[in-house]
Design a protein around this ligand. Structure first.
Ligand code: ADP
Ligand code: MG
Length: 253
């Protein structure tokens, strides 16, 4: 079971979109057994998968708190694709677990109980480096960082470096699987310059697949659909299919 944390302390860079469409492609096309794990109190991933975060009996919060097993809290979306959902209750996690022994390894422990059941766990992290992200990084085998191609991405690099260092302190076995550029628009000179600067700095750590700026990716979730069902010929569908292939090679290699 390969556990991948999808993290970036910035919001709106494509973490949730990547977890969702990468996970669907791995399950549907590559026939992998996939668990999507929503670790953001906003519940965007759960919502995009068609769940109503307000009506859930159990969520990832209950799993971390020890009130429910993953088996009890997960939903099956289709063959090979489960989701462990989140809702606003997860916003209490930081406080609720503050005094707990082993609070930084709650997720790792919970996932150990499903080790034989999945090929991939994709963790959609919240936009911060708090206790939840630390739990994800401690549990994970690999870190995937979506980076929005914009001028501020260059300043954000220092933070990503810091994250990488923090990760190594926490979990020396964790590999930086890669950075993936999102919202790429080749018509914008600035985008090309920023992408070139990122490539200079990060070399092979950058996935060669770039996720283009594509309206289908933004529209699909409001229909409770992944991008392949929503617009199978869109750039978004093509780019995430290509990313899934590269992801498989990297995570298996
Ligand atoms: P995060 O989880 O990092 O906050 P999201 O995946 O939710 O980011 O993406 C932020 C917003 O941008 C969402 O409305 C999403 O649908 C949209 N979006 C994500 N990726 C793209 C893209 N490549 N092109 C256009 N819109 C995108
Ligand atoms: Mg998100």
């Amino acid at each position: 079971m390969y556990i991948c944390a999808i993290a970036n302390q910035k919001g709106g860079v494509g973490k949730t979109t990547t977890a969702h469409n990468l996970g669907v492609q791995l399950a549907r096309n590559a026939k992998k057994r996939v668990l999507l794990l929503d670790l953001d109190a906003q519940g965007n991933l759960s919502d995009a998968c068609g769940l109503d975060p307000q009506t859930l009996e159990y969520t990832v919060f209950d799993v971390l708190a020890g009130n429910a097993s993953i088996a009890e809290a997960k939903s099956t979306l289709e063959a090979g694709l489960d989701i462990l959902p989140a809702n606003i209750r997860l916003a209490e996690a930081e406080l609720a677990f503050a005094g707990r022994m082993g609070r930084e390894n709650l997720l790792k422990k919970a996932l150990a109980s499903v080790a034989g059941e999945y090929d991939y766990v994709l963790i959609d992290c919240p936009p911060s480096l708090g206790l939840l992200t630390v739990n994800a990084l401690n549990a994970a085998n690999g870190l995937l960082v979506p980076v929005q191609v914009e001028y501020y991405a260059l300043a954000g690099l220092a933070l990503i470096r810091q994250t990488a260092d923090l990760v190594r302190d926490l979990n020396p076995d964790l590999e930086i699987l890669g950075l993936v550029l999102t919202f790429f628009d080749a018509r914008k000179t600035l985008n090309k310059d920023v992408a070139a600067a990122l490539a200079d700095e990060w070399g092979d750590t950058l996935f060669s697949t770039r996720i283009r700026d594509n309206v289908s990716l933004a529209e699909a979730p409001s229909n409770g659909q992944d991008v392949y069902r929503y617009r199978k010929n869109s750039y978004g569908a093509k780019d995430y299919a290509a990313l899934a292939e590269e992801f498989l090679k990297r995570s298996e290699g």
